[in-house]
Structure formats: C-alpha cells, structure tokens
Design a protein around this ligand. Structure first.
Ligand code: NCD
Length: 306
C-alpha cells in the first residue's frame, strides 16, 4: 500500500510496489478514462525552488487529468524563502493546505528533511545533485514498455555522471534488478560519485568506467545520455571545457544495436544531435510521456484513491 507514503529515494518503494505503479501506468495509458476523476477535491502543492519544465508540467498534467487541482510556485523568488523562511516552516504550511507535496530544491537532502516535517506525502522532484526518483520511475517504465523487461541488459550512462541526479537514482534502482551490466562513460572530472559506486559494489553489480562512447556503443541495450549540469559547477571555464565532450550523432548511432533505445531525461543541450531524433531508436520524447502516466499512477496511489 502506497497510501500516505513519501518518495524521497527510489529504494523507498519495493520492487513489487514499483511494478504495481508500472501496471497502473500502463492501464492509464491504454484507457484515458481510467481514474479520470479519482482525485476530484484533492490538492497537490508543487514547490519548485529550481527551474523545471517537464517534471513540474508532468506532475500538474497528471493531477489535472486525475481531476485534482494544483497550487504552488515555480520561482522561489516569489515564495517566503526569499524572506528567510526555513524549509521546515514552508513545508508545515504547505502540508496544511494540500494533500501531497512535490518539491524540487537545490539542496541535497532537502526532501528527506521535508518528509520529517510534513503531515502529507512528500515527492522528491530532485534534491540538488542527489536524487530524482520520479524520473527513475519514468526511465524504468520506458525501458519496460519498449524492451519488454527490466533485467538482463547492458545500460550505458553517458555525460555528467557526477552531478546528474537522474543517473544516481537510476543506477541505484537498476542495481536491484537481475543481470544489469552498467557502463559509465564520462570525462574523469565527471565520474560517478564514490558513494554510488560503493552501493553498486556492495550489490555485486558488474560495472565499468570508460571515457569513450564509441568503444561501448555496440554492446549497449539502453543508452542514457545526460546534459552537463552547468548550474552545479563552481567554475564556468570547467563547464565550457567539458560541455561538449559527448555529442551523439547519426554516425555514432550506426555502431549501435538495432534494438538499442536512447533515453535522456531532458532538457537536451548539445549532447544529442537533432538528426538522431528521427532514428526509431531515439526514445526520449516517448519517455517524457511515460513520465506523465507514471506520475498519475504515483499520485493516485499515495493519495489512496486506487
Ligand atoms: C533532469 C533534472 O532535473 O535532473 N531533468 C528532468 O527532471 N527531466 C535532468 C537535467 O536537468 O539535466
């Protein structure tokens, strides 16, 4: 039962619970009327202390499609945080107005803190460079729908693996599935953080670190491209030096399997050339749509209407 539960990290839900969400999302995808009015009278607070397009809009679209309503802010400058209000107070207040809270915040650990002060479920929509569990649900559902399984796969992560929270959450989540081999492709400055590597080692996950994308292309089943996270750099020169390290283009795609799928949490900057968009293996726009369905499944579950 997910009623009343918060989602701070992907491991907050068991594999069975996640499977339940994927089945629910598939039902919603196939029958647009399913659960349509189920959240009538419920309010979702969306507190975005950091920019977002997809995540915020997909949560709002999900809640509106379920018949519920949304309130919140997308610009922290317009909230009382700019007057010095603590996160704990903002959360207590939002919890008294709403039935669930979706929060994105630049500080690592902020969602965990919020969950301690909230009387309603907290859904982490990204806490700094740490985690982004609803993107992970989106990614896993996309893999399941397009490849028919989550397991026995080689997953290549490419780009900013140091600051990319979607990578951290997805790698941790995939470690719980059978026979997932991971290849982490990044410049040395942007390698996967030690704490994620230790978790993977503890779980005996087979993984490798590489610098060149081309070398691994032929064996990858799921290629997860990411943007270099400019806002988390301390130094603009480093960003400029590293931002175009990887550009996936039609030529590089030639070395990929026929069954390959290319994912990206979006927004894309330069790391996937637009010519790849028409390749049938480019799945990032479909992925964004699955994100809305899985968020509908999540909201209806934590609000206890299914
Ligand atoms: C990601 C994020 O915010 O971490 N975007 C998203 O939620 N779809 C990835 C990114 O910003 O690069």
């Amino acid at each position: 039962m997910l009623k009343g539960r918060s989602l701070v990290e992907p491991e907050d839900f068991s594999l069975d619970e996640m499977d339940g969400l994927f089945s629910l999302a598939e039902k919603i995808e196939k029958d647009e009327k399913y659960l349509r009015e189920s959240c009538r009278g419920k309010l979702l607070a969306t507190l975005f202390f950091e920019p977002s397009t997809r995540t915020r809009l997909s949560f709002e679209a999900a809640m509106l499609r379920l018949g519920g309503s949304c309130l919140g802010f997308a610009d922290p400058g317009s909230s009382s945080t700019s007057k010095g209000e603590s996160l704990a107070d903002t959360i207590r207040m939002a919890a008294s107005y709403s039935d669930a809270i979706v929060m994105r915040n630049p500080k690592e650990g902020s969602s965990l803190l919020a969950s301690r002060y909230s009387s309603v479920p907290i859904i982490n929509a990204g806490d700094g460079g740490h985690h982004h569990p609803t993107q992970t649900l989106t990614d896993l559902l996309t893999i399941k729908r397009l490849l028919g399984k989550i397991g026995n796969l080689t997953v290549g992560f490419c780009g900013d693996l140091r600051f990319g929270r979607t990578v951290h959450s997805l790698a941790k989540a995939l470690a719980r599935y059978e026979k997932i081999k991971m290849i982490f492709i990044s410049p040395t400055e942007l390698v996967l953080p030690d704490y994620i590597q230790s978790i993977l080692k503890k779980q005996n996950v087979e993984f490798y670190e590489k610098e060149k994308l081309e070398d691994s292309m032929p064996e990858i089943d799921v290629l997860y491209m990411t943007r270099v996270q400019r806002e988390r750099f301390f130094n603009e020169d480093d960003y400029i030096r590293l931002k175009d390290t990887y550009v996936l283009n039609a030529e590089k795609m030639q070395a990929g399997k026929k069954s390959l799928i290319v994912l990206h949490p979006l927004p894309r900057v330069n790391e996937i050339s637009v010519e790849v968009d028409t390749d049938p293996r480019a799945a990032y726009f479909a992925q964004a749509k699955y994100g809305m369905y899985v968020r509908m499944a999540l909201l209806s579950s934590v609000l206890g209407v299914v």
